[in-house]
Unconditional design. Sequence first.
Length: 357
Amino acid sequence: MLDLAQVLGEQVFAEPSLNAFMTQGRPRWRDVRARVTELLTDERHRASVEAALHPLSAVRLHRPFEVGDYVDFYASENHATNVGRLFRPGGEALMPNWKHLPVGYHGRSGTVVLSGTPVTRPRGQLPAESAPTFGPSQRLDFEAEVGFVVGVGSSPGSPIGVDGFADHVFGAFLVNDWSARDIQAWESRPLGPFLAKSFATSISPWIVPLEALAHAQVRPPPQDPEPLPYLSGSDNWGLDLALEIQLNGQVVARPPFATMYWTPAQMLAHLTVNGASTRTGDFYASGTVSGPDREQRGCLLELSWGGAEPLALPDGSVRSFLEDGDEVTITATAPAADGATVGFGEVTAQILPALST
């Protein structure tokens, strides 16, 4: 790990978060990345930065930015279709609005925690035959997602178009938006997620700048019907990210982000089209990343098909939903120049038992 405050001699890199640097904007982000690349790869400079390099095992990672608002989207057609089939068997898998707009909801920024922070099993109202009961969630789930953090905000009444995405979003990172499926099933009648998701959202400590993902840009899946004009633009690309989910050290799924129906730029355009402002440190997540195949599903709800088809782990154990003591780790990589790859680090957490009082 390179100490930028030491090698660049600037106070902005001695701050406890990236917020002050992210506010400086895209030209500055590009210049700093180019300078750091030069220092680390050019033999003329490498010796001068050796004293500022520290092994990862010797440093303590912190939450990378001060979180403002948080929005969670529902951008994977594969995930939305599977959930629709589970919850509405015999009906239309997708709701009528799904292919016209990126569906999302406002999450709780105060419970966004850094990778490695344990997650306590939530309690809440649970559906029952005659009346709800209260207790620990029995259908606790992970959701493998990708997040995007705003570096340069926007003023009220000024939407960010698709082609403005890269001028406002600093970079991408990994998200696990934990979900209590039984609490959610009861409270989401008719509104969306509330207590079922607000107890914890885990994020990775590494933010990958958009500039580092230039070789990962891909054409998104075809969109039919054609989106409204505010969701169109020349800079509307997807990302070829390969996610991997481990449960207790065993790989259970490899979701491909390239299959996401709605792009990161379209999500931001929709988030702001009504005039909503953004601030440095606001972030939004993609929603569960799922591919078309079973081994590409990004949550246990899909992997176990709502519990009807328990997931068999390589060690012989099975899971329908998470048990106390389970540890979930999500990683991702992206292609880079000359056949190299860009790593996203990991977001990991262990499930603790519910509080007894």
